[in-house]
Design a protein around this ligand. Sequence first.
Ligand SMILES: C[S@@+](CC[C@H](N)C(=O)[O-])C[C@H]1O[C@@H](n2cnc3c(N)ncnc32)[C@H](O)[C@@H]1O
Length: 350
Amino acid sequence: MNTNEVCNLINISSKSLRVYEDYGIVIPKREKNNYRNYSKDDLLKLRTVKLLKELGFSLRDIKVLIDNNNCSSTQFIRSLYLQSKAIERKIYELKNIKSTLTKSIDKILVSKKDDIENNYFINDIDTILKENKSNRKQWVDMWGFDNKAVKFDKMVRDRSNDELGLFEKYDDILIKVRNEIIKYGAKKVIDIGCGTGNLCGELSGSIEVLGIDQSLEMILQAKNKYSNMNLKLGNFLYKPFQKNYFDIVVTTYAFHSLNHEEKKKAINNMLEYLNDDGKIIIIDFMFVNNKEKDKCREKLLSENKNQLWDVINNKYYTILDEFKNHITMLGYKIRTDHIINFTWLVEIEK
Ligand SMILES: C[S@@+](CC[C@H](N)C(=O)[O-])C[C@H]1O[C@@H](n2cnc3c(N)ncnc32)[C@H](O)[C@@H]1O
């Protein structure tokens, strides 16, 4: 394919083609008359280069990625993943800054001159900039699941390292949920925070199952074990890509990564995924009410088990009475069942 044809086909300028050639990224063969002749491989590379440029990669990085791409597809997907997470993080930070600025404007509009001289609104911006900076270290994978992925399956089954009994009866509980899905006659299931696919992987041969997770490494583990399973990078908080479609939206041991407000957003999204006869199944760590949470804290602290309390307090265990109120106010039915230790089953129906 000659230069003109390539430019037209992938909507790229001949100047860009020359730059990529100078950088050694895509070097087409030359005909006898010295005209360039782009192969199918060159076209594929050019498409990738275009995408990477849009994602914000520098040409130097693109060259490394393109060169590496020949050796391993997983390496390549990981690079894309990192870039997309970086962009996600940037959007989050910019949104934070924008909402702080808007709030400051509102404050200034209602304040007296003295308040403005106190510069408190500048402190707000400083605080948010500092927060953004300090949180930046954890943007890649908020709860470190990328790092835990390889050992995750072993970890949930290792009773010696689980003093709180968080994953006690893990396999039995997943079997119970799988049976529930089968009994319900579900044909289309979405598992959010699917991790390494332990819940739905086994169902993927017989019914349509989609697993989504925010951690690429967890998804790659699932893909390794269950090659038939449909998997997708995603998040509880992203707008549903398929509405009114699934018979069951299920999530196990993942809901506690969301704070109170995020849980509300996630529930709205889960309801949107669901068809009219469908139901949501949540398995997760919960407290009946705040009193029970306080009692747990007092007990652990009195036994000098501060670190165990930190394990609980660093996440967002659902407070069931508040959660039940929220769901009922939305007009949905909710059923709860205590399973073991901190683990509860919650079912929500339209
Ligand atoms: C403890 S693991 C549980 C995995 C699996 N559900 C299971 O039962 O084995 C929690 C999973 O939730 C995922 N996760 C956490 N926050 C998430 C979010 N906001 N959106 C999507 N997945 C999330 C993590 O990446 C991780 O894979």
